[in-house]
Design a protein around this ligand. Structure first.
Ligand code: UT7
Length: 329
């Protein structure tokens, strides 16, 4: 019988811009209030990348920290996967630019575009390469510079998003731990609920598209909210069901940080304590594919992830996409 390999996170890292944009700062840009933003989203501040820097600068910092923690030299990496909707360029991939920055020249490199679920998709792809025995060391990065595709005149979206990166190293492991289960889902019928209308082959950039602010994110927040509440809990149960686990047996439930009300709703419905649900949306806003790897790294650095702990991660976003990964730390 063909041998399969477990895959385990051996290092993590994160990178955040220095510049903090508070709700008070946003009050000066659009018709909104700190009170509305905090009560409707849980967000108090977010980070914004300095002019002149790009997503490659954030992913390089996060990746180097993760490699360092895993005690790996970049030349040992087999594959680099970058989950992002804000790469430096439309082509080549963000992963190729990161490979060059790291000088990880043995590695193959590609991007995964799955909106805010991108990190979950990329981690699952990394797991498959390791599970099959093809590769043993994969670098997975979730990075976003959403401030560059945010319409700072649209109060429905500009209060929500932030910039940041998180990274993990996934390695083959002999012991019975690491990734235990995954779920990847999508429904392309919801494509226009969260999208950037122009700049692709459907509507190339022109003076007209720029004038009409069509290179910025457009979102139907209400519909995404309802969809999120539905799929997050379904995904959690799907991850646990195969393994005969109950919600109370999961030690850390790391949900995509899109709105604190979504996280609180799920937590209350499952009747679980807040300590199980890491939160960074209050400080960082929604950093799309970076929210989960940043939260995972923060939990690790705070000493809250203990060997043998069960961690469930669930995300949802543009596509529509959603999915989750269950792992034993
Ligand atoms: O990462 C995945 C993608 N994104 C998401 O997951 C986002 C999911 N959706 C949400 O988090 C919420 O839908 C939002 C936070 C975006 C909006 O909250 P909401 O409670 O769904 O508000 P709403 O869109 O129903 O708007 C309610 C009111 C409206 O005014 P009227 O029509 O009732 O007079 C909006 O115009 O709030 C108004 N509004 C604002 N007011 C002050 C919308 N944005 C703002 C704002 N400040 N920033």
């Amino acid at each position: 019988m063909k041998k399969h390999y477990n895959s385990k996170i051996t290092g993590s890292g994160a990178a955040l811009p220095d510049q903090i944009i508070t709700n008070k700062d946003i009050e000066k840009m659009v018709e909104t209030s700190n009170e509305w933003i905090v009560s409707r989203t849980g967000i108090r501040e977010r980070r914004k990348l300095e002019d002149g820097l790009s997503s490659a600068d954030l992913s390089e910092r996060a990746a180097k920290e993760a490699l360092n923690q895993a005690s790996l030299h970049p030349s040992e990496i087999d594959l680099i996967l970058v989950a992002t909707v804000t790469p430096d360029h439309q082509t080549p991939s963000a992963a190729c630019i990161l490979q060059s920055r790291l000088q990880a020249f043995k590695a193959g490199a590609m991007d995964i575009a799955a909106g805010c679920t991108g990190f979950i998709y990329a981690l699952t792809v990394a797991h498959q390469f390791i599970f099959s025995g093809a590769y043993s060391k994969v670098l997975v990065v979730g990075v976003e510079v959403l401030s560059r595709i945010t319409d700072w005149e649209d109060r429905g979206t500009c209060v929500l998003f932030g910039d940041g990166a998180g990274a993990v190293v996934l390695q083959a492991a002999e012991e019975e731990s690491g990734i235990l289960n995954f779920s990847l889902k999508s429904d392309g019928r919801g494509a226009e609920l969260l999208y950037v209308p122009a700049g692709g082959s459907a509507m190339p950039a022109s003076l007209e598209t720029v004038k009409n602010r069509m290179h910025y994110l457009r979102m139907n927040g209400n519909e995404i909210f309802k969809f999120a509440v539905r799929v997050v809990e379904d995904t959690l149960f799907e991850l646990m069901q195969d393994k005969n686990l109950k919600p109370e047996e999961i030690d850390h439930i790391i949900l995509h940080q899109a709105n604190l009300r979504i996280i609180d709703h799920i937590r209350k419905h499952l009747k679980l304590p807040p300590e199980k649900f890491p939160v960074n949306i209050d400080r960082l806003g929604n950093t799309s594919s970076a929210t989960i790897p940043i939260a995972l790294h923060e939990e690790f650095m705070a000493g809250r992830l203990k060997e043998g702990d069960l961690v469930a991660m669930v995300a949802f976003g543009a596509g529509l996409t959603w999915g989750g990964v269950l792992l034993k730390w």
